[in-house]
Design a protein around this ligand. Structure first.
Ligand code: GLU
Ligand code: ZN
Length: 311
């Protein structure tokens, strides 16, 4: 059994990241599994090596040790794995599942139906070839007038994907209606998260993915990629999100809860103890190390509702 933590080094870890790291670590270790650390630094604008160094220091300080990966092992660093993603993209292209997309963000927003205003952008297939002469000509014109390289999208079928999340239970999502054809490589050449995460989890032998429930909606896309690439999918178990006192999901901007500030105020055992308590693993808030928490770990104690953190 192999679990993993796959942070993006775009800032200091905050309490929410530590929560995901701890539960994923406890789940893997309580099954005598390995736990790997993969650095998801695909976005060159946001990710920095210093953040990855800091992140490793924070994990070690917390007692969350990994069995493989980290910045010292380029095989576990996404920015070093472009050739592998390119091979997989080529496989998908060769079986006719990809197409170039010339749309700008404004083009895509202009084709949205009103009910999609909840933040999720479902691509309407503007650039998807349909075999007709008109569309083929129209796409050739678009290609000729597009000032930059196109993005590459995966064609998805009009099909419902069903799966059982280890924590949130049965899920059913129609790929065409709720996800749409999604990006594998961006117009600026950057590899998309969905492709990289599936290729990496498959090739790294990950059998259990534990992460925040903001990524629950990505599972259908990822399952479809596992299927078309011929890899077996891991078990998925998602976690509630931690929110600040006004109910917004914690993010890297919530400085008062980032590890830089927390480490000045609390010991590792106090931080782990706090998370263990909000995760339902202990009755009272008390100091505990990650190792000593292992015998107390159980999935059914963990809440499903998001957790509000008092500052
Ligand atoms: N790199 C992603 C993030 O930090 C997590 C990806 C994953 O766990 O699948 O949000
Ligand atoms: Zn397009």
């Amino acid at each position: 059994m192999t679990g993993r933590f796959a942070p993006s080094p775009s800032g200091r870890m905050h309490l929410g990241n530590v929560y995901s790291a701890l539960i994923s670590w406890l789940s893997a270790k309580s099954q005598d599994g390995a736990w790997i650390l993969r650095i998801e630094d695909l976005d060159p604008q946001r990710c920095r090596r210093e953040y990855a160094v800091q992140l490793e220091d924070d994990l070690r300080w917390l007692g969350l040790t990994w069995d493989a990966g980290g910045i010292g092992q380029p095989d576990y660093v996404q920015s070093q794995r472009g050739d592998i993603y390119a091979e997989h993209l080529e496989r998908l292209r060769a079986i006719g599942l990809t197409y170039p997309c010339y749309c700008s963000r404004a083009d895509i927003l202009a084709t949205q139906a009103p009910h999609e205003s909840d933040g999720r952008v479902v691509y309407r297939g503007t650039c998807r070839p349909d075999g007709t002469v008109e569309k083929t000509e129209w796409l050739a014109n678009r290609a000729a007038s597009c000032p930059h390289a196109p993005a590459i999208r995966l064609r998805v079928p009009d099909r419902e994907i069903r799966f059982t999340d280890g924590h949130y239970g049965e899920q059913a999502v129609n790929l065409a209606h709720e996800c749409g054809d999604f990006i594998l490589r961006r117009a600026d050449g950057a590899w998309a998260y969905q492709l990289a995460v599936v290729v990496d989890d498959a090739l790294m032998g990950v059998t259990e993915v534990v992460r925040g429930r903001d990524l629950l909606l990505s599972v259908p896309q990822q399952l479809y990629l596992y299927e078309v690439l011929g890899y077996s999918a891991p078990r998925f178990a998602h976690l509630p999100l931690l929110c600040n006192e006004v109910g917004q999901r914690l993010c890297k901007r919530d400085k008062s809860l980032d590890m830089g500030v927390l480490r000045q105020q609390f010991s590792a055992e106090e931080i782990i103890g706090h998370i263990a308590h909000i995760a339902g693993l202990t009755d009272r808030e008390e100091k505990v190390s990650a190792n000593d928490l292992l015998p107390h770990f159980r999935w059914d104690a963990i809440p499903r509702e998001d957790v509000r953190i008092e500052n």
